[in-house]
Design a protein around this ligand. Structure first.
Ligand code: HAM
Length: 420
């Protein structure tokens, strides 16, 4: 062990578990690639103001959880706590919305940073795969994203997740609701901080987990009763399309989400095997965000799924992904001459796309075969001086244990045939 440890709230991804992470990222990305989403990558940090304006000045993410710093050049930057603001910023900067093809559909995968209190499923460095569809107001687009997330989870074998769905209204009806909720909250017995929050961001109070607060909220006005006709019709259409697609969802009028940019459709994927950090993914429509960061009106919708929590959900359901063995062939040379000859064969096999590894470091037969076993390789090729003198290598089937000599000039073709 070295003097250093991974920082609090972080962990390292190591083989073999890291293979599951890659497979999860891939499984989430596959339905997106298959549905017209192009890959985007943005910097790991952005101007602090982008998140303050985008995610919301009064959110926990911005006030408590951001890794903000000043550079030597005097720029105020923050490690990205989420992807939506960055992706929209990048799309606007590159004028993707002017290329004529709306919506602009983008997907991304990467690291995000929030200074949260670490616990199982909640980390300071975590991984998301996300999707954003920018510049179209169409209930089918909202439905598409929910359907694709559902498909991603299902393709991993997950069954214990649920989709919670809500509408947060738009700039017509939400202010009316907001005022009504504020009136109600002012009449409650709440501590000072919560009362202050009620003034700045009353919807967040609905998300307060404390039982004494929740108890007082039983009769709080709910947004559903305040939705304008346009929002109601839009939401009904999203629900109808989900039903038609066979995606089960639960209406959750209390679902508010922790970011300020949402309008209309909001949703969360929760997994019941995860305890308190049960949200494996979430998203929604953000029709006003572009204007909030200085762009034109571009109604948009998206989601981000948490890779770390999806891996935990797989564990909770006891699902082991069928991961292909990393190595197919393992070469074991006995002696100097064999080392050169087999190393050349290894290179040849690799160039053919056959996953091959080599016993490095001049290990004896026993140690090298142990490594061959551990590698998960289906075949080992072993050669010593006597084999080479006869122009052969020993080909060992690691499953059956059978071993037979194969001509040095035939071995590559033989392995290629056997491995299909
Ligand atoms: P979010 O709900 O903040 O949404 O994060 C999405 C997912 O990221 C969560 O459901 C969770 O699985 C994972 N996640 C968040 N924080 C942590 C953490 N501290 N540790 C582990 N996993 C975490 C967003 O980030 C929005 N940008 C989603 C979106 C995209 N909305 C529209 N487009």
């Amino acid at each position: 062990m070295s003097t250093f440890k991974a920082p609090k709230g972080t962990y390292d991804l190591l083989p073999p578990d890291s293979a599951t992470f890659l497979a999860v990222r891939e499984a989430i990305a596959r339905p997106l690639r298959n549905s017209g989403y192009g890959y985007i990558e943005t910097p790991g940090f952005e101007s602090v103001d982008l998140f303050a304006r985008g995610v919301g000045e009064s959110t926990d993410i911005v006030t408590k959880e951001m890794y903000a710093f000043e550079t030597k050049g005097g720029d105020r930057l923050a490690l990205r706590p989420e992807g939506t603001a960055s992706v929209l910023r990048a799309a606007l900067e590159a004028n993707l919305h002017k290329a004529g093809n709306l919506p602009v559909k983008l997907w991304y995968s990467g690291s995000y940073y929030r200074y949260e209190r670490p616990q199982k499923g909640r980390y300071r460095h975590f991984s998301q795969v996300g999707a954003e569809a920018i510049g179209a107001e169409d209930p089918a687009l909202d439905a598409e994203l929910i359907i694709l997330a559902d498909q991603a989870y299902r393709s991993l074998g997950l069954r214990g997740f649920r989709v919670l769905l809500n509408s947060l209204g738009d700039k017509e009806c939400r202010p009316v609701y907001r005022a009504a909720l504020q009136d109600f909250l002012r009449g409650l017995d709440l501590d000072e901080e919560t009362l202050r929050r009620a003034e700045i961001n009353p919807l967040r109070v609905l998300d307060d987990k404390r039982p004494d607060v929740q108890k007082q909220l039983t009769d709080a006005p709910i947004l559903r009763d305040y939705l304008c006709d346009a929002c109601k019709a839009y939401h009904e259409e999203v629900r109808e399309l989900l039903r038609a697609a066979g995606v089960a969802f639960e209406d959750d009028p209390r679902l508010v989400r922790g970011l300020d940019y949402y309008t209309r459709t909001t949703f969360e994927f929760v997994h019941d095997g995860l305890g308190s950090q049960s949200a494996v993914g979430g998203g929604g429509r953000y029709d006003g965000l572009s204007e909030m960061i200085g762009g034109p009106a571009l109604p948009s919708v998206g989601w981000a799924l948490g890779v770390d929590r999806t891996v935990l959900a797989l564990e909770a359901e006891g699902i082991e992904l069928p991961l292909p063995s990393v190595t197919s062939v393992y070469a074991v040379p006995l002696g100097e001459e064999a080392r050169r000859v087999l190393f050349a064969k290894v290179t040849e096999l690799r160039r053919l796309g056959i996953a091959t590894d080599f016993a490095y470091g001049g290990k004896g037969l026993k140690g090298a075969m142990k490594n061959a076993n551990r590698s998960g390789a289906r075949y080992a090729i072993v050669a010593g001086e006597r084999d080479l003198a006869e122009g052969v290598v020993q080909l060992k089937d690691m499953e059956s244990g059978e071993q037979a000599p194969v001509g040095l000039n035939e071995i590559v073709a033989e392995l290629e045939t056997r491995l299909g």
